[in-house]
Design a binder for this molecule. Structure first.
Ligand code: CIR
Length: 252
């Protein structure tokens, strides 16, 4: 069970965040409101919110998930893959030091938390434009030191591994249809999400609830039929920046 969620509100500069999407610039006020609703949902899931100050110098810093991997025993601070995001991790590290022993990914290793998917004691590490082999190898060593297993999965097209694949407990993965044949996930049951609703694959299991993005009706039916208690959240302004539900918090 998770107890805490570390979050950071977006700064106004978020409208200049990195994106590969063509959905226009986010509206700051809407993004703030969506963030408030997100935090309310985390509280409903039973989490205490640990909030750190907004960082106007880092437009993407609302996506705190990319800056650390937090386990029961340690917090591994990342070396973010995109040069514009390097430095976001410092304030996250200071806060996490209050809760966990810190470990670090070091350059030339690069790694974004969005590429790390935990399934019970195993961690899948996506090799992407943001997470390189050196970063993945450093993470594997650190995880092994704390008793976890891990494996690397090369991804293409997606920004991060969890953009299209997420673990939802009970040996089950939520996956975009076109990824179903991907190697490395044979031992798992799969819930498939149509490619046209791919954004909905970035769902987030927190204790008894599954947080899902609003507006994806087919995915919603699939989740409800699979027996999840869902909380729907409007994510339009974060989708414009290529960010999903998991990116907005670190749960531990
Ligand atoms: C970026 O490109 O880095 C941000 N605009 C979005 C990061 C999303 N984070 C995530 O999927 N964990």
């Amino acid at each position: 069970m998770f107890k805490y969620a570390l979050v950071r509100k977006p700064a106004e500069s978020m409208i200049h965040g990195i994106t590969r999407m063509d959905l226009g610039k986010p509206e700051f006020q809407k993004a703030l409101n969506q963030h408030d609703e997100y935090c309310k949902a985390l509280k409903k899931c039973g989490l205490a919110i640990v909030e750190i100050p907004a960082e106007p110098n880092f437009p993407d810093s609302v996506f705190v998930e990319d800056t650390a991997i937090v386990t029961e025993k340690c917090a591994i601070i990342t070396f973010p893959g995109h040069v514009n995001r390097r430095g976001e991790e410092l304030s996250v590290a200071s806060k996490l030091a209050e809760f966990r022993t810190l470990e670090y990914i070091k350059y030339p290793g690069t790694l974004d938390g969005g590429d790390i998917m935990r399934a019970e004691n195993h961690f899948f590490i996506g090799l992407s434009d943001r997470t390189n082999k050196e970063g993945a190898e450093q993470l594997m060593k650190l995880l092994a030191k704390y008793g976890h297993t891990s494996s690397m999965i090369a991804i293409d097209k997606m920004l991060h591994l969890k953009t299209g694949i997420n673990y939802v407990g009970n040996q089950t993965l939520v996956m975009i249809d076109s990824l179903l044949s991907m190697k490395g996930f044979d031992d798992y049951k799969k819930i498939s999400i149509p490619d046209e609703e791919s954004y909905a694959a970035n769902c987030l299991l927190i204790n008894d609830y599954l947080l899902v993005a609003k507006g994806f009706e087919s995915a919603k039916k699939t989740f409800v039929n699979a027996g999840f208690k869902i909380i729907e959240l409007e994510m339009s302004e974060y989708m414009k920046l290529d960010g999903g539900l998991s990116c907005l918090s670190l749960r531990f």
